[in-house]
Write a protein that binds this ligand. Sequence first.
Ligand SMILES: [Zn+2]
Length: 290
Amino acid sequence: MIPLASRNLSAPTQAILDERQALIDAEPTFDAQKNAATRLWKGKSRTEARKLAFQEVRTVLADMCPVKGICPYCEHNEDSDIEHIIPKSFYPEATFVWENYLLACKLCNMTYKWDHCYVLDHLGAVLKIPKGALPPNSDTAFINPRTESPNDLLLLNLKTFQFVIPRNLSISEYNKALTTIEILGLNEREPLIRARESAHSFFYDTLDRLLRILESNSIEELRENLRPNAGRTSPNKPLDDHKAYFRDSFRNAIQSHQHPAVWHAIKLTGRKVDRKWHRLFEGLPEALTW
Ligand SMILES: [Zn+2]
């Protein structure tokens, strides 16, 4: 799960959301609010002004994700849908609330997360809320990547490529992390597990090649380390300029790659338990901040 940056909407767009939400909040009962939420959400782009507002919502949400175009839940698929982090069918008061949105993929939104609602009680236990029922609180058992740091609650195991829950969490945090894994199927979706494994190889190959590039003593040696892409070098450019270019380029490739949870786990645990990672970070310690 990818932590999202914080951004605000423009004042006119925020005003449109506030006006839509006020219509829901004015309804007298929970059922009437749920009906209004469904109806108004369906018609959210019905006027030109609202259409433009929701275009902005999409644009800003996309900009908040450090891995462009990727669903922050699965870290893998295209971010196509405006998703309510706490479901509007249980919390109509959060239907047009900016802080409740992110851009998720269709699979996470429509198949996995869908209309599930679990909340934490005052002891941290998980309560499943039946469809249509009024939740007792808004402390949902689901990690919110807009307000929480998913990396504090989920850690990828670099052997199984499934998420584990770090030790020393509170009961509430543990249950929230576990329920999030279960709702999104993060440890069961085979394509995700295979893609994490593949991302692990990508991160290793990229860092390994970069280290060899930075340790090159001549343009010829650098060209050898760049094969089969040695054409990107020029004999007239100083060796250090080449190295600076490739350092930036490879860092960007790592930071914009899918499955950043894999990279996070490599930095946190991989370098301590795996000699080959240890060697790479010894040679290029700045990569620990990437
Ligand atoms: Zn997804």
